[in-house]
Ligand binder design. Sequence first.
Ligand SMILES: *[C@@H]1O[C@H](CO)[C@@H](O)[C@H](O)[C@H]1NC(C)=O
Ligand SMILES: *[C@@H]1O[C@H](CO)[C@@H](O)[C@H](O)[C@H]1NC(C)=O
Length: 485
Amino acid sequence: MSLIHGLSVLVVAAMATGSVASHNYGDALTKSIMFYEGQRSGKLPPTQRITWRKDSALRDGFEIGVDLVGGYYDAGDNVKFTFPMAFSMTMLAWSVLEFGQSMGSSELQRSLDAIQWGTDYLLKATSIPGFVFAQVGDPYGDHNCWERPEDMDTPRTPYAVSKQFPGSEVSAEIAAALAASSMVFRPTNRGYSARLLKRARMVFEFADKYRGSYNDSLGPWVCPFYCDFSGYQDELIWGAAWLLRATKAPFYWNYVLANIKNLDNSSSFSEFGWDTKHAGINVLASRLIKGQTPYVPEPFITNADKFVCSVLPESPTVSVSYSPGGLLIKPGGSNLQRATALSFLLLVYSRSMSRDNRVIRCGNVVANPARLVQVARSQVDYILGSNPMKMSYMVGYGDKFPQKIHHRGSSLPSVSQHSQRIDCVSGGTYFSSNNPNPNLLTGAVVGGPDIKDSYADSRADFAHSEPTTYINAPFVGLLAYFKSH
Ligand SMILES: *[C@@H]1O[C@H](CO)[C@@H](O)[C@H](O)[C@H]1NC(C)=O
Ligand SMILES: *[C@@H]1O[C@H](CO)[C@@H](O)[C@H](O)[C@H]1NC(C)=O
């Protein structure tokens, strides 16, 4: 009995090692970028590879005389939420800035295309001075229906923030996305890059001058979907930090220094995602501080180090949990957004540490840059299939992956298979069906397993089975790095 048990442990260990070595990061990278084609709203180009998707929402904004066609659906529904969309573009741009050289030229070009699909829309959403479109689509009408984007007949209401009804978080996140993207396009498309940067400065000024949370003006529509819980101070500093990196203008450094004092750093130093930017600010700023006048390394370095100590499993101050199989877990739905975003920061910060020839001390635990990379890699490998379920959480990658993702387009037959309209209510049959989704949303990373490493693969269980644009965005950078390291 014990011998057999011992043997099976050995076999499992060997299999785990085997599967670690066999991950095809290049394949996963290609797919992680392709996912964005499945989320496209608007008129699809001839180069579209996810061909079961067709044109949709071609009149967004027309009812008020503004062109708001394009952009991305955030997840498994058909609403365009600008706040998480902009954050996803910031992170895709950061992925390219940091790891674009490891992608290979065709994936680099595909990443640029994915970013431009988003930034073209962000330019439209900010084309009228004094207004920022924060959302298109009545979220209740949309969420109550199970409809393909191509069939949508729910109200495509545009929602904007303005001087009178400000939204500094959504506006400053757009500024961050445009500033970061302007650097991405600088080598290949100077004109577009300059346009993005000019708009970034304008939108940032608007966000800063008319301060307030979009909760207060658009609360009934943005909440509870993308409610701003952590306030807008973090986005203002984050936006300024990206503008500093893009422009090198002392104004933005002074802005960061003047405002960082207002940021609650009591516990938020360990947070990073579409709502809370704190750890991202510290990791980004810690590489921008050199050469700034005045030279002020704190609180950025201390708080970035504290962030690392809150993530490393062996750290005495670890504040995240790990599943028995090794997945990083934080409270809230769509957990893999945290595994990818925090791993991305670890990887970026490990490079700063290497450049500075530095280690981090978490109590009496010493962490060197290689340890941060190792933890980031363990999360990537877990997501790709090195886990107790032996399943990949990326659709279309590996032999076993989620079949019933919470995604309207993926779960309903394609217009090319079923050209008749499927209305709001009739779609419910497909939602509750036990069959796998008919359309592969290649590259989509879902919310992921629970704290015990199990995954129900249920369409209704959206907290675990829904993909989002902001789970994939940092994953693109991680995969690019591991593809060539
Ligand atoms: C936004 O609304 C949510 C839910 O009502 C609330 O918890 C949060 O504190 C609000 N955020 C801001 C910045 O007012
Ligand atoms: C928060 O940051 C300020 C400086 O901006 C610093 O004085 C303070 O000690 C920090 N608090 C914590 C808990 O890190």
